[in-house]
Design a protein around this ligand. Structure first.
Ligand code: DGL
Length: 279
């Protein structure tokens, strides 16, 4: 019994490593293949159609590595493309939105929840819909924070510019009296201490990466899909542009060496896929 194949995880860039970090902590025996679409980051400024097409390509890239499950470790992709991904691949596909929604509803005491995310995620209204579907009288205050992603990709996880940017984005949410804040972008847990300092200890920060890894564990356990091997899980990292910067910031984020990070050419992959379909 069990399944030794790796878990596939994708994001537009570095952010999905926050999910990898939590999977490694909770499921240390699992092998992981990660794809960061660094050539096309950010997704959060793009249209739903474009993000959907990218998410399908990213998943096809992971499927080549014979993954047993796919995690869309990107709220932008999860909010526009999760149903498309679930229908298109023969493995379980997890997003990062629902686990955070459940955790936020459990955490709030005053029924006033803040959500921060990319512009694309906030524009879909996915969080409001899912939160109010589960609890009618919950008040949801949403705010797009588009500059957070480039700050994280640059490795500026603290400092005056990051703190100043956070204050401008988060001040209106503070005024609305939220007691719980969903970090609705996988890049944002890397700014957790800046966000925590801004709000103080009274706020409950919902880290979707932590919540998602619990859901992944449940799926693996209930389907008998855990890795039966007890040692040497493999962690492979792929990106669609030059690996050096991803490697440097990724190691800062995971607090461990990534080994060699490989560059893949998605367009060439897609062209060869097209050729295979013709023959
Ligand atoms: N980390 C991603 C998310 O959770 C995408 C950020 C971006 O590429 O804009 O939305």
């Amino acid at each position: 019994m069990g399944d030794a194949r790796p878990i596939g995880v994708f994001d537009s860039g570095i952010g999905g490593l926050t999910v990898v970090r939590e999977i490694m902590a909770l499921l240390p025996n699992e092998s992981i293949v990660y794809f960061g679409d660094t050539a096309r980051v950010p997704y959060g400024t793009k249209s739903p159609e474009v993000v959907r097409a990218f998410a399908l390509q990213d998943t096809r890239c992971l499927m080549k590595h014979d993954v047993k499950m796919v995690v869309a470790a990107c709220h932008t992709a999860s909010s526009v493309a999760l149903d498309d991904l679930k229908g298109a691949f023969p493995v379980p596909v997890h997003g990062v939105i629902e686990p955070g929604v459940r955790a936020a509803l459990e955490a709030t005491r005053n029924n006033t929840i803040g959500v921060i995310g990319t512009r694309a995620t906030i524009l879909t209204g996915t969080y409001e819909r899912k939160l109010t579907a589960l609890r009618k009288n919950v008040r949801v205050e949403s705010r797009a924070c588009p500059l957070f992603v480039p700050l994280v990709e640059e490795g500026w996880l603290d400092g005056d510019i990051t703190r100043g940017t956070a204050a401008i984005y988060l001040d209106p949410l503070k005024e609305k009296g939220i007691d719980t804040l969903i970090l609705g972008c996988t890049h944002y847990p890397l700014l957790k201490s800046v966000i925590r300092d801004f709000f103080g200890n009274g706020i409950r920060l919902i880290d979707s990466a932590e919540e998602t890894s619990k859901t992944i564990r449940e799926t693996l356990q209930s389907n008998g899909m855990e890795n039966p091997a007890r040692s040497d899980p493999e962690r492979l990292f792929f990106v669609s542009d030059i690996p050096a910067h991803f490697q440097q910031v990724g190691e800062q984020c995971l607090g461990m060496p990534l080994g060699s990070v490989h560059q893949v050419n998605l367009e060439m992959d897609e062209m060869s896929r097209g050729r295979n379909h013709e023959t």
